[in-house]
Write a protein that binds this ligand. Structure first.
Ligand code: BGP
Length: 469
C-alpha cells in the first residue's frame, strides 16, 4: 500500500521561466522573450521587437542559467528523485532552422543533466515548453509543415546527444493550450480556429515523429504527452448541462485522444467539418499518428471547472478559464483558480479509464504571494494545498489502482508566471528575492514548505503532517 518504491517525487520548471541569459552563448530570441510583464488585470503584450523601455521578465528570470548548481543542490537537499525541466529550443537551434546545433547550448544542458544524475535525480525533459525560436515566425511558425522538420531535427539532436542520460521525455508542454493561448503553445498570433487547428495538427505529427525517432535512437526512452489539466463538472444534472460540459471536454480531450490513440476522434472530425476546416493531411500521416502514440500521459493539475448549457465555444485564459459558471463548493486562490484536491483523484481516474496508460502529475501547486517575516517564509497555505493533493493522489493509487509514475510540483523554486509574467505569484519551496519589475538580489531562501516537502519525500509520501519548526 502507499506509493511505489520507485515513485518519482520532484519538481518541474520551464527554461523560459527560470533561466534568464536570454541571449547568452548564442541563444536566439524565442516567443517567450517577446512577452512583457502583465498582471491578473493586465494582459502581457507580445511585441514584434524588443522595446528598450519595456520589462520582459524572461530575459533575466531568476538567473538559473548561472545559478543552476545552487538550485540543483537545493533540490537534492529536498531529496528530489526527479526534476522536470525544459530545454530551450532557441539555445540549441537559435533561429530554429539551422542544420547544426549550437554546441554551447548543448553544453549548458550537459552540465545540468550530469549534475542531476550525480545527485540521483532522474531528468524528465520537456522538449518544447511555451518557447519557439522567433526565427520560425518567417515560416508562419506551426502553421507551416516545414516547422515539423525543424522540430524533428531538434528532438533527434536531443535524443542522440543525451542518449543513456535522459529516459523520460515530453514532446510538448500542455499541447491543448493551442486552443487557449496559441502564442505560448506554438508562436501563433492568430485567434482563427482554422489556423490553430492546422498548427495543432502539425504538432501532433511532430510529436508522433519524435516518439518514433526517440524509440529508434534508444528503445529505453519513455516518451509522454502533456495535457493542460482542464477537467470540468456539469453545472447540474440537467441533460443540457451534461451536454454543454461534454462539448467543453471534447474541445480539450481531443488532444490526448489523438496522442494516445493515434487518430482523430469522430466528434472532432465532425466538428471540423461543421466549421469548414480541412486538416492539412499528407499521404502517410495516418500511419505516423498511429505509430507515434505515447508511452505515458502526463498532466498539470491546478483546478477544476464547471460547464453547462451556457458555456460558449470561446475559451479564454491559460488556466483560469471563463466557462460561465463557478463552483460554490470549492475555494479559490488569490489568483481566482478553483482549489479542488478531490478533483485530482477524479482526474487520475478519468484519464486512466480513457487510456489505460501510466500517468504522471508533472505540475501542481499553489501560486500565492509570500511575505518574509524575520527572514522566514511561513507558507502553511502552500503546504496545506499540496498536502491535500498528495492525499487524493494516494487514494487514486491505493483505492482505485491507478498507476502513477510520479509527482513533480510546479515551480519548486519561485519563477516567472507564464500567464501574467509576475514574480509575485509564487509557487516555490524556495523563495527568490525578485519582484515584478525585476528588482532584487535573486537570493534563494528556504520556505517552511521546503522542510515539509523534504519530509514527504523521505517518508515516500507517508508522513504528510507539517510539524511547525
Ligand atoms: C502551466 C504552464 C506552466 C506554469 C503553470 C502555472 O500552464 O505549463 O508553464 O506557468 O501553468 O501557471 P502560471 O505561471 O500562469 O501561474
Amino acid at each position: 500500500m502507499g506509493f511505489p518504491d520507485n515513485f518519482l517525487w520532484g519538481g518541474a520548471t520551464a527554461a523560459n521561466q527560470i533561466e534568464g541569459a536570454y541571449l547568452e552563448d548564442g541563444k536566439g530570441l524565442s516567443t517567450a522573450d517577446m512577452m512583457t510583464a502583465g498582471s491578473p488585470t493586465l494582459k502581457r503584450d507580445i511585441t514584434a521587437v524588443i522595446e528598450p523601455d519595456r520589462y520582459y521578465p524572461t530575459h533575466e528570470a531568476i538567473d538559473h542559467y548561472h545559478r543552476f548548481e545552487e538550485d540543483i543542490a537545493l533540490f537534492a537537499e529536498m531529496g528530489f528523485k526527479c526534476y522536470r525541466f525544459s530545454i530551450a529550443w532557441s539555445r540549441i537551434f537559435p533561429q530554429g532552422d539551422e542544420t547544426e546545433p549550437n554546441a554551447k547550448g548543448l553544453a549548458f544542458y550537459d552540465k545540468l543533466i550530469d549534475l542531476c544524475l550525480e545527485n540521483g535525480i532522474e531528468p524528465l525533459v520537456t522538449i518544447s515548453h511555451f518557447e519557439n525560436p522567433i526565427g520560425l515566425q518567417k515560416y508562419g511558425s506551426w502553421e507551416n509543415r516545414k516547422v515539423v522538420d525543424f522540430y524533428l531535427r531538434y528532438a533527434e539532436t536531443l535524443f542522440e546527444h543525451f542518449r543513456g542520460r535522459v529516459t523520460y521525455w515530453l514532446t510538448f508542454n500542455e499541447i491543448n493550450v493551442m486552443s487557449t493561448m496559441p502564442w505560448n503553445a506554438g508562436g501563433i498570433s492568430s485567434a482563427d480556429e482554422a489556423v490553430k487547428m492546422t498548427a495543432a495538427y502539425h504538432q501532433f505529427i511532430a510529436s508522433a515523429l519524435a516518439v518514433k525517432a526517440g524509440r529508434a535512437i534508444d528503445p529505453k526512452n519513455k516518451i509522454g504527452m502533456m495535457y493542460a489539466g482542464h477537467f470540468s463538472y456539469p453545472n447540474s444534472c440537467h441533460p443540457d448541462d451534461i451536454q454543454g460540459n461534454e462539448d467543453f471536454m471534447h474541445k480539450m480531450m481531443f488532444y490526448p485522444d489523438v496522442q494516445c490513440r493515434g487518430y482523430y476522434p469522430n466528434y472532432k472530425l465532425k466538428e471540423l467539418e461543421r466549421q469548414n476546416i480541412t486538416l492539412p493531411v499528407l499521404p502517410g500521416d495516418a500511419e505516423i499518428l498511429k505509430e507515434g502514440t505515447v508511452d505515458f500521459v502526463s498532466f498539470s493539475y491546478y483546478m477544476t471547472h464547471v460547464c453547462g448549457k451556457n458555456t460558449t465555444g470561446i475559451l479564454r485564459g491559460l488556466n483560469g478559464l471563463e466557462t460561465g459558471y463557478k463552483n460554490p463548493h470549492i475555494e479559490r486562490s488569490a489568483w481566482g483558480w478553483g482549489i479542488d484536491p478531490k478533483g485530482l483523484r477524479y482526474a487520475l481516474n478519468y484519464l486512466y479509464d480513457r487510456y489505460q496508460l501510466p500517468l504522471m502529475i508533472v505540475e501542481n501547486g499553489l501560486g500565492a504571494a509570500d511575505t518574509i517575516v524575520d527572514g522566514k517564509i511561513h507558507d502553511d497555505y502552500r503546504i496545506d494545498y499540496i498536502r491535500q493533493h498528495i492525499s487524493e493522489m494516494k487514494k487514486a493509487i491505493d483505492l482505485d489502482g491507478v498507476p502513477v509514475l510520479g509527482y513533480t510540483s510546479w515551480g519548486p523554486i519561485d519563477l516567472i508566471s507564464a500567464s501574467t509574467g509576475e514574480m509575485s505569484k509564487r509557487y516555490g519551496f524556495i523563495y527568490v528575492d525578485l519582484d515584478d519589475e525585476g528588482n532584487g538580489t535573486k537570493q534563494r531562501i528556504k520556505k517552511d514548505s521546503f522542510v515539509w516537502y523534504k519530509q514527504v519525500i523521505a517518508t515516500n509520501g507517508e508522513d504528510l503532517d507539517w510539524k511547525e519548526a
